[in-house]
Design a protein around this ligand. Sequence first.
Ligand SMILES: [Fe+2]
Ligand SMILES: [Fe+2]
Length: 149
Amino acid sequence: MPYLAWSDDLDTGIPELDAQHRVMLEHVNRLHEAAAADDSKELVAAMDALIECLQEHFEFEEKVLEMIQFAGLEDHSETHGSILDRLRDYRTRLQTAPAPEAQEIVDALGPWVVDHIRHDDLDFGPTVREWLRDASPPGDPFRELVGDR
Ligand SMILES: [Fe+2]
Ligand SMILES: [Fe+2]
């Protein structure tokens, strides 16, 4: 049983975003396993992978929000920026943290990655779906981009 499991309440209804969110959870699970095994090399490698995954995901998400001229884009981008800042800070701490502290960091991090999906990302789900319904004809590149075919 993975540490973080996907649940339906995390679904934005936008296939490409949901697929990326699932990968994010897998990265957090990898991190959790490394902390449990007290494997500091793997811990930093897993953290790097999570940060890279999030960077790419946030860029993608912001591009989608820009395309639909989402009103909350600026706030959402700021939240993404502060998540990355926090993760980079955690990464630095993980390099030297003793096992219990590393475990504490990883335990704190999982829930707020999930919370960002659950509380912030779900805010724009309906707007993107409306956009797909009303403004994006079949075959439109935006549909292609978000995986809605
Ligand atoms: Fe997201
Ligand atoms: Fe987001």
